[in-house]
Write a protein that binds this ligand. Structure first.
Ligand SMILES: Nc1ncnc2c1ncn2[C@@H]1O[C@H](COP(=O)(O)OP(=O)(O)OP(=O)(O)O)[C@@H](O)[C@H]1O
Ligand SMILES: [Mg+2]
Length: 507
């Protein structure tokens, strides 16, 4: 007998409808899955056999063929267990002579335990979003209930294969998926006011947060780079609903959707420098989003930046430029969004004291060169704000007043963000202005050309640096609520590109 069911699969972070057909023929016992299944789908057989029998149904010792269509999409994951098991039960006549209407109309997702219990799976939210507006019902594991409720698709939660089979046959009920209670608001443990001095770096971080500009902090050990970076996330404006949904999809695909809650706080990812390229950028034989994608719409903090492997640093180019990562495999290629704000921190040399007013640097010129060459020109060019910090002097230490609090700075950032929302009509930020937009929104004031001429001729800035200076000027003007860029805004912006020539590229 033949049975047909519906399920879903993932292509990147998008869901696709899949039809699962199960055919039972007489002959020697065999079990074949066709339709580009991965190892986890082929392994489903052992789980399905045990789950079907332990749920009180017969698993026929015959030739069983499972076809997952369309065949051109790779089928990965363990969530095909439920549709396959139901298909076998129906094809073997376990649900009556005629398959009930619910069997063919509903979408089934779930991994089975050997005793027939349903286990939660990764990627439920993006899969279900493919059904938005289609008017269909889906059955998902109870463990995914909260995540499924977020999708807005009609979903039922089930705890076992037996319960699903009873619901399909019309002899049992399944309850609707329930949303998770909202996460308790996080207490802001770290405040910007705890960082003494470093006014220049704090101002640069404010600009970075307001215009979503990438930033690099360079300074000696103990200057407060890591301290500042860890307080940076709280300066960013709240996420829009679309941003929340996009980021949550990436967490769902990776299986990191904590208790099915939406990722409603901007992510702050700080991978260690020993991370592999694949874990940072994304990839693997069954492609998975990397840290750059988990930081989507949030912050990627790379502390001790030159300590990351060279291929890892170079691989950042694509996401920094295109805001996505493309993972290509023989049979498919998937793209994961990766629009993050890069905060990088580094010392000026391996020992950290080059240019220090009182301590001597113990590095050889070759060591310094090698260290800085890691952060190559093209990467540095993609970082809008470059900030040099110096150690806080002891004499200043006691005298320095407490700086502004995170809340005060975040309020200014929010106002600047609001101006950008009106300008671009969406979540877009100044850092992403290109070509015509840049010319339209960054008209220069009279007398400004002299500033840019000096920057180019004397400091050797590239044309791309000039674009960055214009974008930063726009953000500085927005923080002030000024409709037009002034000469002062431009002069301030030039200061954040000083590493281009002076400190890094010139070595
Ligand atoms: N500006 C500052 N205000 C208050 N505390 C500071 C400041 N700078 C450094 N500290 C203190 O020194 C510690 C080390 O600072 P932090 O880790 O931020 O330095 P760093 O610049 O990242 O150094 P490294 O280059 O070694 O990583 C902090 O935990 C904090 O206690
Ligand atoms: Mg540090």
């Amino acid at each position: 007998m033949l049975s047909k069911l519906r399920t879903l699969c993932l292509k990147g972070i998008d869901g696709r409808e899949v039809s699962a057909e199960v055919y039972i023929a007489s002959g020697l016992p065999a079990y074949t899955v066709v339709g580009l299944p991965d190892a986890a789908v082929k392994e489903a057989k052992d789980r399905v056999v045990a789950a079907v029998r332990n749920s009180g149904f017969d698993f026929p010792a015959k030739r069983i063929t499972v076809n997952l269509a369309p065949a051109e999409i790779k089928k990965a994951g363990t969530h095909f267990d439920l549709p396959i098991a139901l298909g076998v039960i129906a094809a073997a006549g376990g649900l009556g002579k005629e398959p009930p209407a619910r069997l063919g109309e509903t979408f089934f997702i779930g991994e089975l335990a050997l005793d027939g219990a349903l286990r939660p799976v990764a990627g439920v939210l993006p899969m279900l979003l493919a059904l938005k507006g289609v008017g269909r019902t889906a059955v998902v594991p109870a463990g995914n209930s909260a995540e499924a409720a977020v999708s807005g698709v009609e979903c039922l939660a089930a705890s076992s294969l037996k319960d699903v089979a009873a619901w399909v046959a019309g002899t049992g009920e399944l309850g609707p998926c329930q949303g998770a209670p909202a996460a308790a608001a996080q207490v802001q443990a770290r405040d910007l006011s705890e960082v003494k001095g470093q006014a220049f770096a704090k101002r640069a971080l404010e600009i970075a947060a307001a215009g979503f500009h990438n930033i690099i902090l360079v300074g000696p050990p103990g200057a407060g780079k890591s301290m500042l970076a860890k307080r940076f996330g709280a300066l960013l404006p709240p996420m829009t609903f679309d941003e929340t949904l996009e980021t949550t999809k990436l967490y769902s695909v990776t299986g990191l959707c904590a208790a099915g809650r939406l990722v409603s706080e901007r992510p702050f990812r700080e991978p260690h420098h020993t991370i592999s390229d694949a874990a940072l950028i994304g990839g693997g034989s069954s492609p998975r989003p990397g840290e750059v994608s988990l930081a989507h719409n949030g912050v990627l903090f790379l502390d001790e930046f030159p300590e990351f492997s060279r291929p890892a640093i170079e691989a950042l180019r694509e996401p920094l430029e295109a805001c996505k990562v493309t993972v290509s495999r023989v049979k498919e290629s998937v793209a994961y969004p990766a629009r993050f704000l890069l905060v990088a921190a580094m010392n000026p040399c391996p020992c950290g004291y080059l240019g220090h007013p009182t301590r001597e640097c113990s590095c050889t010129p070759i060591q310094v060169h090698k260290y800085r060459a890691k952060v190559s020109g093209p990467i540095l060019d993609r970082i809008d704000l470059q900030v040099q910090l110096s150690a806080v002097k002891y004499a200043d230490w006691e005298a320095l007043p407490r700086g502004e609090s995170t809340a005060t700075v975040a309020a200014r950032v929010l106002r600047a963000k609001e101006l950008q929302r009106r300008r671009f009509g969406g979540a877009k930020a100044n850092a992403f202005m290109a070509g015509a937009e840049l010319r339209r929104h960054c008209a220069l004031p009279d007398g400004a050309s002299a500033v840019l001429e000096t920057a180019m001729n004397r400091l050797g800035f590239s044309a791309r640096s000039l674009d960055k200076i214009l974008k930063i000027s726009r953000t500085i003007a927005d923080l002030e609520g000024a409709p037009a860029i002034s000469r002062e805004h431009l002069v301030e912006a030039v200061q954040y590109r000083m590493l281009d020539k002076a400190a890094l590229a010139a070595v």
